[in-house]
Design a protein around this ligand. Sequence first.
Ligand code: KQY
Length: 368
Amino acid sequence: MTTLNSTPRADGFHMPAEWATQSQTWMVWPERPDNWRLGGKPAQAAHVAVAKAIARFEPVTVGVSAAQYDNARAQLDLPNIRLVELSSDDAWVRDTGPTFVIDDYGNVRGVDWGFNAWGGFDGGLYFPWNRDDQVARKILEIERSPRYRTEGFVLEGGSIHVDGEGTLITTEECLLNRNRNPHLSREAIEQVLREQLAVEKVIWLPDGLYNDETDGHVDNFCCYVRPGEVLLAWTDDAQNPNYPRCQAALKVLESSLDAKGRSFIVHKMPIPGPLFATEEECAGVDRVAGTQERDPSVRLAGSYVNFLIVNGGIIAPSFDDPLDEVAQGILQKLFPEHEVVMVPGRELLLGGGNIHCLTQQQPLGKRG
Ligand code: KQY
């Protein structure tokens, strides 16, 4: 495989918006019993539902361990779903997979960021993470896509959203966290983003959603719906721990211009819940030192913003919450050309994320 010494910007590549036409979506099969309850079986069923929902719109490739190959193959029984054997430490391919970049000639390459399991030995979620750190490289190898490697620079794909027109949104809580790139200043981090993704402007929201184990990934809090328009997780309840976070994000968005000089139109998405894991759900997770503890008193960071855009579809989580229908209605209104498909997201949330965190879109690039 080819690892390039240049940067995407220098080579005429940029990260496209999620709504750009895709060739496929990547997923990785969940199985680690110290993250997914009951040996991963309920999460696997939820994962199958997500993969099948996406496969209605575009091909899906699922990375799976040798041990789980037969089981996953039997459950993912659609011709549009390809399985490849892929070792990993867990299933969060948004964060472990490559960030794909494209140029004007139809070429697709990938950025392989450093990965430290969301904080390494300073608040990270498991050890070791070496197989996860290899996932992006292996995916690029399978796709015969040239690779850029940001050696010494840690970033997860869930911590960024772009509009494909020069603006990136992220959170200070994550990207400026001392457990990611403590040797770099805000300006130096912006410079890496400019080079690797060919963006011109970085919008820094102070925080992500309360209790998000990723240190506030933006993909669980705020996302683009089109250039100049974002969807922000929202509560009007001053008692909700998310209230100051939502207010602070809105303030930044309302006082910022994007790379094209546009003011932001901010749409609001209500936050479900409060959602909590039950005693029984917590008891189903294997206890292993160094992994995330499960506690029924801890409010879960459930969010409808954690959806995936695919060709012609929006795949969004539902939580068995009265707001599910409201969320579906908001998404359908914001994406009138897409079919909104809600898929049960509770089992995924119990593992620490949701549909966007568990998927990685691969852009088609322009052809011809
Ligand atoms: O992007 C994500 N939400 C990943 C979360 C990892 C959780 C591990 N328990």
